[in-house]
Structure formats: structure tokens, C-alpha cells
Design a binder for this molecule. Sequence first.
Ligand SMILES: Cc1ncc(COP(=O)(O)O)c(C=O)c1O
Length: 394
Amino acid sequence: MAENRSQQNKISQRARANLETPVPLRVNLIRALPNLYHPLHNPTGAINMGLAHNDLMQNDLMEKDLEYGDPHGSRMLRGLVAELMNRHFHPVVPLHFRNITVVPGAGAAVWQLIQSLADPGDVALVIGPYYGNFDLDVCVSTGVTLAPIYPHASMEAGVDETLLESDWTKHKTNAKVLLVTNPRNPHGCCYSIQDMIRILMFASKHSLHVIFDEVYGLSTFDSASPFEPFTSVLHLPDIEQYIDPQLVHVVYGMSKDFCMNGLRLASVTLSSMFGYMSTVNDRLAYWFVTTNQQRLSKAYQQTSSYLQQLGLDFLPSGVGPFIVVDIRRLFEEKMTFALENAIGEAALVNGVFVAQGYVFHVLEPGFFRLTYSLEWDSVKKGIDIFDQTIKSFL
Ligand SMILES: Cc1ncc(COP(=O)(O)O)c(C=O)c1O
């Protein structure tokens, strides 16, 4: 104990503050990681439906796609990113390599933007529920605190300006940045253009920089979904009517749409900047994106029908690679965060890792995010275990 204390005294206050930042998303992940399922090495381990990863294209990644690129982002690399973004995100003003900056991962992109846009003591607002690791990406070494705001009830999709403004009054002191994820995580849906305009006007009114994290931009698959299709903020016409474009920054990366969480490649576009890899080529840009969307769509149909068959409610979505299961109806007023946590922990012990809603700062208990972009046998087995676990608490 004394030794521990003297060890702790040797690290910086900053490092200690970072270690003390509670990040439930990480806590659960660290608990689950040592015993994850592998068909050969750990056949009795837990199926990983808690992490946003996509296995559907694993066999189609080729070694040559994973070679070294220029770590600083060569003109060619940045040009390829600009080209890719122009092709898929349809920016109103076509991007040039000069608009692009390469960074090692979307999380790092958010961190670098926060470093550049806010000072210690400032506040970054984030629209909640939100990706739990932002607690670290925004706060580590920056001295900036993260404050969630909820411009919609529970897990609903819309943006209500009155709710935005009432949350603003709570956090306005020193707020410098607004962080928005579109397509949304954990919801798996996109903001409408009207909602994006509301967000931009809110930011403009309060002189906030807005970071749009668009890492799931090309994982949308269901044009028939009741939700809005994805529109990049870069595609909004006449954006200067709503906000000074210099206040708008876009983060994008390889982790989600290109199924390469481990590659650590992303980008920022100035009034957006973006980061990428030198081996992005037409194979990745066209075939990969469309094939991934088709496979996500099929996996979603299979997963959602199976959930329906088991009588589990879920939030319909049109963006991969996850789906939110809503168990509130089963437990009604007995549903609490303690019960949600107990179910998540029991599921892990029983053989499936799922992400509880509270790790995304969902305000109400009873939601779980399940990743379905895996082999169907694993998804089915994972859902079965999850379903049995839930029922054991009824
Ligand atoms: C919304 C969002 N942004 C950023 C990240 C991190 O991406 P990267 O692996 O590129 O750092 C994630 C990962 O799940 C995410 O969901």
C-alpha cells in the first residue's frame, strides 16, 4: 500500500487525474477482454458483442492494404482521402489535400482538436448518450471537462432546441466546443438535416466550435429505415447561413467503415480535416464500402428478426455495426441501473459481452448495445445467452 502510494507520487498529477477518470466503457471492456471467445484458442470464452468491431470483411483484407504509409500524411495520401471524401461524403466545396490532416485514430483526432480549440478549464459539450471513451479522448492531458447535454428525450432521435438551451444554461460557463457524433453511437441512426441545422445554429449562437465525428458515415445500409439517411455536415448547402464554417470540424477514420479498429488511422478535415492510410485505393473505396454495407444490412436483418422472434424489443436502426436492445418492457418499474449492470455482468459470466446503456451515459436504465457484425453462429449464440440471462432475472 505504502509502496503503491510512493509509486503514485512519482507520476504526474495529470496522469493521476487520467487514471482516476471513471470510464465505465473501459472498465467492462478490460474485464471482458482476457476471456473473449476464439474458436481455437478459447472456445468457452465470451462472445464479443460489446465492442463496436466489424468482422464481416475480415477475409477480404489483404496484406498489401496494411503496409506502412507516410506517417505524416503525404500529399498523395491526403489527396486520396480528399478524393474518397469527395466521392462518398459529397462536400459542397470539393476537398483538396490541403484540407486534410492525418492522425492515428478518430479518438486521437478528437483529442487533437480539443487541444487546439480549448484551454484548460474550458468545457466541451457532448450530445448524449455518447461513446464512452470520449471521457478520455476529450479530457486526457487537456484540462478540459466534458459535459453531456440531451436535446432529446431518452433514446429518441430528434433535436429539441428548448432542451438544448435549457442544458446550455447549466454548462455555459467556459463552454468552447460542442461534440456531435453522426451517425450516432449507440443509437445507430442519423440526424436529419433540420436537426443538424438546429445544432449548428445553437453552436453559432453561443460561439462554440462544433466537432462532427462521422466515423460511421459509410456504414449506413438501410435506405428503407424510418430514420434519416446520413448527410455529412460537409454536404450541407449554404452552411454559412447557420454558422461560420471555420467553427466546423469533421473527424473521420478507418476503424468503423473499413473494419480496421487496430490500424489506428483517421483524419480531420478543416472546416474539416481528415486522416487516412496510403493504401486506400479503388478496391477499398468502392468495392469495400458497398460490400460492407450489403453485409451489414444482411446481418442486421438476421439479427433484428431473431430478436423479434425471441420477443426482445430493440431500436430499429440503419447504421452498423450494432443494435440497441430495450428490455424496459420486461421489467417495467423494477428496471434500474443496478439491474442493468447485474444483467450485463451475468451475461459476461454466461458467455457474452454486451455493452450496458450506462456506459454511453444513457439517462434511463434498460438499454444494451449489441454488436452483430460477426459470424451469424456467434451472433445467434450470443443473443441466446443474453436472452436466457435476461429471463433468469425475471
Ligand atoms: C463515435 C466514435 N468515435 C471514435 C471512435 C474511436 O475510433 P478510433 O478507433 O479510430 O480511434 C469510436 C469507437 O468506437 C466511436 O464509436
